[in-house]
Design a protein around this ligand. Structure first.
Ligand SMILES: Cc1cc2nc3c(=O)[nH]c(=O)nc-3n(C[C@H](O)[C@H](O)[C@H](O)COP(=O)(O)OP(=O)(O)OC[C@H]3O[C@@H](n4cnc5c(N)ncnc54)[C@H](O)[C@@H]3O)c2cc1C
Length: 388
């Protein structure tokens, strides 16, 4: 018999990744109980347990820089608030350009970063060696560096927020699949699940790469697309690399963890959608190894320990989707986070919670609202700095 109570929840959240959990935490902190998080797998089974742990404030658009600046402050103090250590290390992010057009792009990024009060630096190729001495400068035309960007371990982030949600009286139900969105008189009244119905005044779709499926359960067409990305970890090496390094040309990204492994990825094309599951491919291992060794020849003899894959939840303009769906009162989106939902979660969850509580957020609806894709006169702005 199921132990899933039907009771009327104030909010039911679909997806127990970092976004769903952080949203639950914000809601509970605001006194908005009862809140339940429904996760069909295990904690961190989605992208939140499969990512590269990168945290950066270098972006195309100032609004993303601003939100990420806020998120960085939150990650810095995460241990104090949640009592777990995410090992947030601010070793910087080094972006590499290989063409004049990419240098121009990085110049614009640095302008956006500096306009938000951060110390982004545009560098000559040789300047990159100051931060990553082992790089080959062959083909490098320029670089940017921001010293307060960094990396963290995602798992303790998920666990810390999970424990905090439960300590605040929130329920997190693992192994419970949401199978339907229940409506009455045109508004959300709850969910159908593998463990029976749940009543809730509001539902938050935080299902990551599966958010399109969950929206469709509610009868809503959305443009979110799941794309699979592969990533690997090498055997551990002596510390030799402080920053996360990203090469724009092929989307190569990698950093060295505090355990010494080089962890990184690079985009290889896959059919969209989640049907493939989470395999890895020889094509990825080949492209990744070639690309990495071209940039750091000394890594040639190093072995790969493991590789895995996970899903980005992409939107057409690269901005996430946050807020109530204009077509279905009570149905809220917290999705479309592409390859940066983990780093952004301390800041994005505040806005999700505010919108669920009917409070005003500082988000520009033209960039973040679910309704923007229904607007034929939508502004063409995009957040495109999403390599990897
Ligand atoms: C290879 C890779 C590298 C990345 N690198 C970075 C990085 O360096 N920095 C960064 O910030 N981000 C990175 N990301 C992106 C980041 O991991 C995601 O944006 C973030 O984890 C999204 O969190 P989420 O909670 O929205 O989704 P998820 O963690 O995917 O959680 C969604 C959950 O919903 C559950 N679910 C789905 N459907 C249902 C249903 N019907 N019923 C119940 N549960 C359901 C799933 O099981 C899943 O656990 C990377 C992603 C990948 C794949």
């Amino acid at each position: 018999m199921s132990d899933m109570p039907r009771r009327p929840y104030r909010v039911a959240i679909v997806g127990g990744g970092i976004v769903g959990l952080f949203t639950a935490y914000r809601l509970l902190r605001a006194g908005a109980g009862p809140v339940v998080v429904l996760e069909r797998g295990f904690l961190s089974s989605g992208a939140s347990g499969r990512n590269g742990g990168g945290v950066r404030q270098q972006w195309d658009s100032r609004v993303t820089v601003r939100m990420m600046r806020e998120a960085v402050q939150e990650w810095r103090h995460f241990g104090r608030e949640f009592g777990t250590n995410v090992w947030f290390r601010q070793g910087g992010y080094l972006f590499l350009a290989t063409t004049p057009a990419e240098v121009t792009r990085l110049r614009q990024v640095t302008e956006a970063v500096r306009a938000e009060g951060l110390d982004g630096r545009l560098l000559e190729p040789s300047g990159a060696l100051r931060y990553a001495p082992s790089l080959s400068l062959d083909g490098i035309a320029g670089a940017t560096f921001l010293n307060t960007d960094g990396t963290l371990y995602p798992f303790p982030g998920v666990w810390g927020v999970y424990e905090a949600v439960r300590a605040l009286g929130g329920e997190v139900r693992l192994g419970v699949e949401v199978t339907g969105v229940r409506t009455e008189a045109g508004r959300v009244v709850g969910l159908s699940t593998s463990e029976g119905p749940v009543d809730a005044a509001a539902v938050v779709n935080a299902a990551g790469g599966w958010s399109g499926d969950v929206s469709r359960l509610a009868g809503l067409a959305v443009p979110n697309v799941a794309s699979r990305h592969e990533i690997l970890a090498t055997e551990p090496l002596k510390p030799f690399l402080d920053p996360m390094v990203i090469r724009l040309a092929d989307g190569l990204y990698f950093s060295q963890t505090m355990r010494g492994e080089v962890v990184g990825g690079l985009a290889v094309p896959h059919p969209t959608g989640t049907r493939a599951g989470v395999p890895t491919s020889p094509a990825f291992l080949r492209s990744m190894s070639r690309s990495l060794v071209r940039l750091i020849p000394a890594l040639a003899p190093v072995g790969v320990l493991r590789a895995w894959s996970g899903y980005y939840d992409d939107t057409p303009d690269g901005f996430p989707v946050i807020g109530e769906d204009p077509r279905l009162p009570g149905f809220f989106h917290a999705n479309g986070f592409s390859g940066h939902g983990f780093m952004l979660s301390p800041a994005s969850s505040k806005r999700v919670a505010q919108s669920v509580l009917g409070e005003k957020t500082d988000l520009d609806p033209a960039l973040f609202s679910p309704g923007r894709f229904l607007d034929p006169h939508r502004r063409g702005e995009a957040e495109g700095l999403q390599p990897g």
